[in-house]
Design a protein around this ligand. Structure first.
Ligand code: NDP
Length: 298
């Protein structure tokens, strides 16, 4: 068997075109606007933000990047988020991660109004996802992963999905998302014993551990679907968490790195921003409590 590559780049491009059509056809004079908070000088973060800004403008979403020095205080950053929450021209707010050490990431993310939390990183939206609520903003990378899995046409229900990594932004939300698809989910991490034996039982492998080519070809069950989330730089070249060449012989489908999950992440963020914009058109504009279905008129 030679695995079929899942062309995330092409799938994301098609998705963005469709989104651009929907935004152009939307009966409103306003355009969706995403605010991006960027703290510090991390070069990778700057590149990610630039990519998001470019992709947003291509589909008709405004993108306002607010840059702050790495020395910004926590209260000052919370105040910025409060202002964005109250600004009716802003539909989505994201904070580019990682934040500098002195800032409490959970506290900062929790401050974003749930109806503008288009990264889905706040505890409120993470909770809605765990409840399988249709109101949840689903984090972009897990949402992109699901989209890629569905693109294979393989029935997901009942499949054993093994996720390598338990971060709040990839591993855990992906686990909840696949559980909601009726997969049987195993979450593994750096303390997991005998990882290769567990991976060998997987029908679906989601590798999100940030360890270059750690998942070997002979860990992969014949016919498994492999989604490689990892982005690692080895000798100046990008590679994933899976030994791509080794996996080709046993997997049925596999995402390449680059050109797999990465492009989907940006496309899903844009989709979430448009979703936030649509929801906010039909909801009370002056509510400041931030709850999605709230009619408090506060
Ligand atoms: P984190 O560093 O936050 O989490 C990594 C997870 O992998 C942790 O749960 C860690 O376990 C686990 N892990 C680390 N080493 C091992 C090991 N040897 N065996 C088993 N598990 C291990 O990373 P992220 O979740 O943020 O990202 C994961 C990867 O995905 C990175 O390469 C990142 O660059 C990439 N990424 C790609 C995106 C895309 O759009 N393509 C988007 C986001 C991330 P423990 O909890 O025990 O420490």
């Amino acid at each position: 068997m030679t695995a079929q590559p899942i062309n995330g780049k092409a799938i994301a491009a098609e998705f963005r075109q469709e989104l651009a059509r929907k935004i152009a056809d939307f009966p409103s004079e306003d355009m969706p606007v995403l605010a991006v908070i960027l703290v510090g000088d991390d070069e990778a973060s700057k590149i990610y933000v630039r990519n998001k800004q470019k992709a947003a403008s291509e589909v008709g979403i405004g993108c306002e990047v607010m840059e702050f020095s790495s020395s910004i205080g926590e209260q000052a950053l919370l105040n910025v988020i409060d202002e964005l929450n109250a600004n009716h021209h802003i539909n989505g707010i994201i904070v580019q991660l990682p934040l500098p050490q002195h800032l409490d990431t959970l506290k900062i993310l929790s401050r974003i109004s749930p109806i503008k939390d288009v990264d889905g990183f706040s505890p409120y939206n993470a909770g809605l996802l765990a409840y399988n609520s249709p109101d949840a903003f689903i984090s972009a990378t897990p949402k992109g992963i699901l989209h890629l899995l569905l693109s294979t046409g393989v029935e997901l229900s009942g499949k054993h999905a093994v996720i390598i990594g338990r971060s709040n932004i990839v591993g855990k939300p992906t686990a909840n998302l696949l559980l909601n698809q009726n997969c049987t989910v195993s979450i593994t991490h750096s303390k997991t014993q005998d990882l290769s034996t567990i991976v060998k039982t997987a029908d679906i492998i989601v590798a999100a551990c940030g360890q270059a080519r750690m998942i070997k070809g002979d860990w992969i069950k014949q016919g498994a679907i492999v989604i490689d989330v990892g982005i690692n730089r080895v000798e100046g070249k990008l590679c994933g968490d899976v030994d791509f060449e080794g996996a080709l012989a046993t997997a049925s489908f596999i995402t390449p790195v680059p050109g797999g999950v990465g492009p989907m992440t940006v496309a899903m963020l844009l989709a979430n921003t448009f979703q936030a914009f649509c929801r906010q058109q039909t909801e009370p504009k002056h509510c400041s409590c931030g709850h999605h279905n709230c009619h408090c008129q506060g």
